[in-house]
Design a binder for this molecule. Structure first.
Ligand code: NAD
Ligand code: DAU
Length: 380
């Protein structure tokens, strides 16, 4: 079949990437969707079982740092769109091994950019109809303060949104023009990759877009991140390691809403623009942890709150950012995107998914998934 477009989604076997791949494969049968992933510890093809046999889907095991291989893929497949999610994504790991983060997030992104440049510039139409869309994070902006206007304690009411939690823990937000001020090796590497992407637009005219999103939650997230780790620990009555006092604030967005935003921006976003993605949904860690405990307890038929004693305060994360809060007004006004799920609904769906998919969780936590998919991959 002649496809209307051929796009590469990098990091498609990971948490967010798998939701983006599924959305594109199902919504655009006229596109060829290539999932390019190295399958690091965070990549799991089990996340895509439901689409792995779709005619417009294919998987390529590749390291984004492999310039020659990616350049060849661009030429062989006539790639006209790249949605780039592959990255090392966990802050705690970046504190232990910063080099790995610089290699993948910075050099890997640069490698993709340069291969895309060489291929697209070799075509008669050059950059026309092409797009390099880089998925980044709100962590590049650093941390916001929990501001206390005189006499008033947070949380404050925040901007209207479809999210149910209309409170903010400070009076400032991350805007698209907020100065970059990353604190962790992870966010420093993501910031650097964002600069390279913008430089390829400004220097060579490549049609790039960058988006910066807040914390995602939902099915298929690797259980080293707060929400899946804690759901699994509550289920098995294991300690919940809360960093510091549990007062850090994160702004949570359901992963499928992020995937919908990526679809909208890939197709309708303006070239060279930055869009912030978030749902005006701030929560202190300790409050979200209590919601998780109550929800897991209820769904398992335990008494709500029975497992509050699992909360264990531990040494804080080094350089732990106090508060993230995204202002996504530009995206909402310009492109009409808004989050579809109320937070309570999203958390209920998420907890149910992890409880119903214990096999997925067991495979990931035991490392079995890597062996299984190594053998699957060898058969292709
Ligand atoms: P993840 O860790 O779940 O998945 C990352 C994927 O990238 C994995 O499938 C992994 O195998 C792949 N990968 C890693 N190194 C690679 C390499 N060298 N070559 C090819 N593939 C490689 O990450 P995630 O949480 O889904 O995040 C995806 C992207 O979104 C990242 O760029 C991250 O910075 C960004 N982001 C994440 C969040 C969040 O809350 N998770 C929020 C905003 C932005
Ligand atoms: O803001 C977007 C970012 O969100 C993404 O760019 C990152 O890829 C993603 O990992 C996420 O980063 P965080 O560091 O905010 O997510 P994490 O789930 O690791 O932690 C959420 C909060 O919970 C944070 O304040 C640290 C705290 N925490 C985390 C873990 C894993 C704990 O208190 N205990 C824990 O065991």
């Amino acid at each position: 079949m002649d496809y209307k477009r051929t796009i590469v989604i990098t990091g498609g076997a990971g948490f967010i990437g798998s939701h983006v791949v599924r959305l594109f494969v199902n919504k655009y049968p006229e596109y060829k969707v290539i999932n390019l992933d190295k399958l690091t510890y965070a990549g799991n093809l089990a996340n895509l079982k439901d689409v792995e046999n779709a005619p417009n889907y294919s998987f390529v095991k590749m390291d984004i740092c492999d310039f020659d291989a990616f350049y060849q893929l661009m030429k062989d497949e006539h790639i006209d769109g790249i949605i780039h999610l592959a990255a090392e994504s966990h802050v705690d790991r970046s504190i232990k091994d910063p080099f790995c983060f610089a290699r993948t997030n910075v050099m890997g992104t640069l490698s993709l950019l340069q291969a895309a440049k060489l291929y697209w510039e070799s075509l008669p139409e050059k950059y026309e109809g092409k797009r390099f869309y880089h998925i980044s994070t709100d962590e590049v902006y650093g941390a916001l303060e929990m501001t206390h206007p005189e006499g008033i304690e947070p949380p404050f009411s925040t901007k209207a949104s479809s999210a149910s939690h209309h409170e903010a823990y400070g009076t400032d937000f991350f805007y698209e023009d907020t100065r970059y001020n990353p604190h962790s090796p992870y966010s420093a590497a993501k910031a650097s990759s964002d600069h390279f992407v913008r430089a390829y637009h400004d220097t060579y005219g490549m049609p790039t877009i960058v988006t910066n999103c807040s914390n995602n939650y939902g099915p298929n997230q690797f259980p080293e991140k707060l929400i899946p780790l804690f759901i699994n620990n509550i289920r098995h009555r294991k300690a919940l390691p809360v960093y510091g006092k549990g007062e850090n604030v994160r702004d949570w967005l359901y992963v499928e809403d992020h995937a919908r935003a990526i679809d909208t921006i890939f197709h309708h976003g303006r070239v060279a623009e930055t869009y912030n993605i978030g749902g005006f949904n701030e929560w202190k860690n300790i409050d979200i942890i209590k919601v998780l405990i109550n929800t897991v307890d209820r769904l398992l038929g335990r008494e709500e709150g029975e497992d509050l004693n699992l909360i264990t305060y531990v040494t804080d994360r080094l350089g732990h950012d106090a508060r993230y809060a995204i202002d996504s007004t530009k995206l909402q006004k310009e492109l009409g995107w808004e989050p579809s799920l109320q937070f309570e609904e999203g958390i209920e769906k998420t907890v149910r998914w992890y409880l119903d998919n214990q096999e997925w969780m067991d495979n990931v936590t035991s490392g079995e998934y890597e062996k299984y998919y190594e053998s699957m991959y060898a058969k292709r």
